[in-house]
Design a protein. Structure first.
Length: 381
């Protein structure tokens, strides 16, 4: 009994010691956790972040292509029977050959009156005047085109025929000349005028531009949603750049949007320089849609600009609040008026402390970013 009683006392004593140790550990942990941290252990509050105003630009544009459409109309039908030996469609000038039938070449001359008869001595008319003008341009006839086929014109025709290696008859048979309104230009040949084809006469032979020029911008539906109605389009051909505006729009059979462009005054986009464009039925021109006009000036991070309750804007410089006017913004950059380039502005406010080293604001405009898909994405400067 005494032994059992002694063991019970020992167990009880051990339990009391264990409880005391646990209580002491808990008190120490609570003290260590709740005790205020020293400055070394506290999280460091970030300093104020400063940026330096620079010269830059903002704006948004979409690089695309404008299509110049120049409808063509039939200006002549074939008169010559036989096999087509060669064809030369494309850009042509005064007196150029466009196709050959059974050894007889067909040539173009400038004029609005279709040729409808053999041209020979003692005839007169507008068709004769067109022939005379071609002979003058080619250096075979002196003087002016009076529309009278006299001995001088006959002599000039023979000189031209000799130059071309043809029999010198002084007569131009029907079918050998085709009148085109404007030269030089680009002509197309009818579907029947192909090398090796046999012609019987009457086939549609030559098509030339009507002179109408339509500038069209074709975009996808997603691109169309990004283009405001007041957007302008800068169109470039060689060393010339013209500005166009959207005159109308419609959807094509594929669901794309076609914008018809004109000059700001409603005239043709190419103005007085339309003759410098190729005469092809379709010409692709490099273009850029100006969605947001580009603005250059003093640039600061957009986060540095604050707005008061009355709507006025300001930035915080080393001298304090400074009023500014925001001329434009985009891509995290704001173009402002009211401070000079080089001014340090507060871009991120933290707890009071020493200013961080100056960090430049976003630099000069970047090149447009590339994109995926058929067209490049809008670029922001």
């Amino acid at each position: 009994m005494g032994v059992r009683r002694g063991r019970g006392l020992l167990v009880a004593l051990a339990c009391l010691v264990a409880l005391a140790v646990a209580a002491g550990a808990g008190w120490w942990a609570a003290r260590a956790t709740l005790e205020p941290q020293t400055p070394e252990s506290a999280a460091t509050t970030p300093d104020v972040v400063w940026a330096q105003a620079t010269t830059s630009s903002v704006g948004r544009s979409l690089p695309l292509s404008t299509t110049l459409r120049q409808p063509a109309r039939t200006v002549a039908s074939n008169v010559l029977p036989g096999v087509v030996l060669s064809t030369s469609p494309g850009e042509v000038g005064q007196g150029d050959r466009i196709y050959v039938v059974a050894g007889t070449p067909v040539r173009v001359v400038q004029g609005e009156v279709p040729f409808y008869r053999d041209l020979a001595r003692n005839l007169e008319g507008d068709d004769v005047a067109q022939l005379q003008q071609a002979l003058i341009d080619l250096g075979h006839l002196a003087g002016s085109a009076d529309g009278e086929f006299g001995w001088r014109t006959e002599r000039a025709v023979k000189a031209w025929q000799k130059e071309l290696g043809q029999r010198q008859t002084g007569v131009v048979p029907l079918g050998e000349l085709v009148a085109v309104d404007r030269l030089p230009t680009v002509v197309q040949l009818g579907e029947s005028i192909v090398r090796g084809a046999t012609l019987g006469g009457g086939e549609e032979s030559v098509l030339a531009p009507t002179g109408e020029q339509q500038f069209v911008l074709v975009v996808t539906q997603d691109q169309a949603r990004m283009i405001p109605a007041e957007a302008t389009v800068d169109i470039t051909w060689q060393d010339q750049t013209w500005q166009g505006v959207i005159a109308s729009s419609e959807q094509d059979e594929f669901g794309n949007t076609e914008f018809t462009l004109t000059a700001p005054d409603g005239g043709p986009v190419c103005g007085e320089a339309c003759d410098t464009l190729p005469g092809d039925a379709q010409v692709t021109l490099r273009s850029e849609i100006v969605i947001v006009p580009r603005i250059e000036g003093t640039a600061v991070p957009a986060a540095a600009v604050h707005t008061r309750a009355d709507g006025t804007a300001y930035v915080i410089t080393e001298q304090g609040e400074t009023d500014v006017t925001v001329a434009g913004s985009g891509g995290g950059v704001a173009i402002v008026e009211g401070i000079e380039v080089g001014t340090r502005v507060q871009a991120l406010a933290g707890a009071p402390g020493s200013p961080a080293p100056a960090q430049p604001a976003p630099g000069p405009e970047s090149e447009p970013d590339g994109g995926s898909g058929d067209e490049a994405p809008p670029t922001e400067g």
